[in-house]
Design a protein around this ligand. Structure first.
Ligand code: 6OG
Length: 157
């Protein structure tokens, strides 16, 4: 079976002991809290895509980004492999605003709403929160069940 790959970004915004998540109001992942991101366009780098999507979805302008993880998602019956590049946004300008796509809200690090998030998040957030880089591969059946996965700590990405 031929597979195609789609490249996505996911920007994680953090301040002391709190994490900014957005409630996705429409489209893929609707109703779930997540970081901010989307599909990388043909004419931009992955980092440029991460900056653009963060601004479109939250109003924040990233000033410093660090790549912290790469996540691959496969869905049973779907030949598309999703590759999501995860960035830690350590400096930004602006205040979060609600947009057409996302409703932003700060959550304390010990109050992350995992039950209303993609089920992979509870697996890799502990690494992210500790500052450990990672690479993961997840096989989903539907949008709620992970059939199997691998998650590896990385020195470099
Ligand atoms: P748009 O449809 O908004 O891009 N994304 C996922 N994030 C997590 N945490 N887990 C998943 O498990 C995900 N699948 C996709 C990538 C979709 C946004 O959602 C992320 C993008 O930031 C399956 O353009």
């Amino acid at each position: 079976m031929s597979t195609s790959q789609k490249i996505f970004t996911l920007a994680m915004v953090r301040k002391t002991n709190a994490l900014l998540l957005g409630l996705k109001k429409k489209g893929f992942g609707e109703g779930k809290w997540n970081g901010f991101g989307g599909k990388v366009e043909k004419d931009e780098t992955i980092s440029e895509g991460a900056v653009r999507e963060l601004e479109e979805e939250s109003g924040l302008v990233a000033k410093c980004l660090t790549k912290i993880g790469i996540l691959e998602f496969e869905f049973v019956g779907d030949p598309v492999l999703f590759e999501v590049h995860v960035f830690d946004v350590t400096q930004y300008e602006g205040e979060p605003v609600e947009t057409e796509e996302m409703k932003p809200q700060w959550f304390p690090e010990d109050g992350i709403p995992y039950e209303k998030m993609w089920p992979d998040d509870i697996l890799w957030y502990p690494l992210y929160l500790k500052g450990i880089k990672f690479r993961g591969h997840f096989l989903y059946q539907g949008y709620d069940t992970i059939l199997n996965y691998t998650l590896t700590q990385m020195d470099h990405l």
